[in-house]
Design a protein around this ligand. Sequence first.
Ligand SMILES: [Zn+2]
Length: 127
Amino acid sequence: MTRPLDVPALRKRIWSAYKRVRPLLFEMLRIRTFLRGSVYELKTRCGQASCVCMRGQLHRRWVLTESVGGRKRLRVLPQDEMELWRRRAEDYREFRRKRAEIVKIVGRMLSDLDAVERAQRRALKKE
Ligand SMILES: [Zn+2]
């Protein structure tokens, strides 16, 4: 652990952490529909001997995989919905990234608050 800083420095650090959390919350709470899954292009062979896919030109289609109750669910997406679902998946990843950032910032904020508490307690004892 780092040595406790002086109270004004701790206060400054706590307020700056608070300022960093605020915009994160705004962005997180603004995001619309989430997709807990991913969207990607699936390349397959249909298996018919005469098909172009057997000569390397694979069939391509956009699919969505979603984890529902521990099971992976796969759905073929219409071409015109692909962008929408991709954005929803990205929004979810973004939400989780920001959440992790908030956990880190708030964790440091709490230990700074504890340091303020310790410093203040010591200050009282001296009097
Ligand atoms: Zn084929």
